[in-house]
Design a protein around this ligand. Structure first.
Ligand code: AMP
Ligand code: MG
Length: 349
């Protein structure tokens, strides 16, 4: 289904029901991002214990996969690029193996070795001019997932080229959200939701005992829900060019890098993936962003049980073939938080 809507900005809204609150939420900064963990239970202690268990799990994962933390196993792998293989935990080994599968599936659009351009592109406001093209070319020569050598017997990772670097910015939050939700779902709750800066995954029922739902609204008619998406026990993950970017000479450069060129990708302003697994959704959202509208939609249409909704730079909305958004007239009453697609971070109401 393809639909054109002029100057549309989408808002995702999660509803909460009025009445006795069984919903307990904690918001905090983890993995450099704003995480929100929600537990549904009449028992405050149970809910708090589940939320703390989820947080502990995310912190544990962050220690393992962070490329900023110089003591992490990931940093050790990076330090030994071109020098020697590094033995890592099975968990990190498996995450890298799954990352390489996505690289193969996307023919290199997704590539955790994109990170060798990390030093060239700074999306924190420091950059005022474009990097030197020869520097970009030198870095891009180090990007190639095929040079990430896995040895399953030894459980080792070897980055074959000197100066290579891996980073999990495009998959780590989804992985952490999966794992945190998994732990929370075993703690006798009615439901749970983990929201990692707009990467959502839910389990069980919402506060009103209903399936978790996300409303998509047209900001020009904020009182109207454009469409409801049932996200029960599903992940909904968004990659956007609105979160981290720089503007140089009036041009917006996003933090998602085309591994073939070393330059930020253009063409799309946001990509949302809906599927049961937040890690896969996270990796695919970034992949579709790199692949662009046509190739991206083609890929998602070939994958069973995975749907996609994207917005181009020109504010056109496109969806994968099996995602049907039908306009529904329904007033929005008690929404708890919004995730703005198009120009802002997730924000709590
Ligand atoms: P996401 O918000 O999930 O799309 O992830 C974006 C982040 O992934 C960026 O900030 C980078 O850390 C990293 N990244 C950028 N380009 C790529 C790419 N082509 N493949 C894998 N990771 C990337
Ligand atoms: Mg991603």
């Amino acid at each position: 289904m393809i639909r054109y809507i002029s100057s549309l900005i989408l808002l995702f809204i999660s509803l909460s029901v009025i009445g006795q609150s069984e919903s307990h939420t904690k918001t905090l900064l983890l993995m450099g991002s704003r995480f929100e963990l929600t537990a549904i239970s009449p028992d405050q202690n149970k809910a708090s214990a589940a939320i703390e268990a989820g947080i502990a799990e995310i912190k544990r994962i962050e220690k393992l996969i962070s490329s900023w933390d110089s003591k992490s196993q990931t940093s050790l792998v990076n330090k030994n690029a071109g020098i020697k293989p590094v033995v890592v935990d099975q968990e990190l080994f498996n995450l890298i193996r799954r990352s390489l599968k996505i690289s193969k599936l996307t023919r290199g659009a997704f590539d955790i070795s994109y990170a060798s351009v990390d030093k060239i592109w700074r999306f924190n406001g420091e950059m005022t001019e474009l990097p030197d093209s020869s520097k970009v070319a030198a870095s891009v020569a180090k990007i190639n997932y095929q040079n990430i050598i896995l040895n399953p017997e030894k459980r080792s990772i070897f980055l074959a080229k000197e100066g290579m670097k891996i980073g999990f910015g495009a998959i780590g939050k989804g992985y952490a959200a999966n794992k945190a939700l998994d732990i929370m779902s075993k703690m006798d709750l009615k439901g749970a939701l983990v929201n990692a800066s707009g990467d959502l995954i839910s389990w069980g029922k919402d506060e009103g005992g209903k399936d978790w739902k996300i409303g998509i609204i047209n900001p020009k008619q904020k009182e109207k829900v454009f469409s409801w998406l049932n996200i029960n026990e599903t992940a909904l993950v968004t990659s956007g060019n609105y979160e981290r970017f720089v503007i140089i000479n009036g041009q917006r450069y996003s933090h998602i890098i085309d591994p073939r060129t070393g330059y930020p990708v253009r063409g799309l302003s946001s990509v949302s993936i809906i599927c049961p697994n937040a890690e896969l959704a996270d990796a695919l959202a970034t992949s579709v962003f790199v692949l662009g509208k046509d190739k991206g939609l083609d890929l998602i249409n070939r994958l069973k049980g995975i749907e996609c909704l994207l917005i181009t730079d020109k504010q056109e909305l496109f969806t994968s073939d099996n995602l049907h958004l039908d306009y529904i007239q329904k007033p929005i009453t008690n929404h708890k938080y919004q995730i703005k697609i198009g120009n802002e971070h997730a924000q709590k109401k």
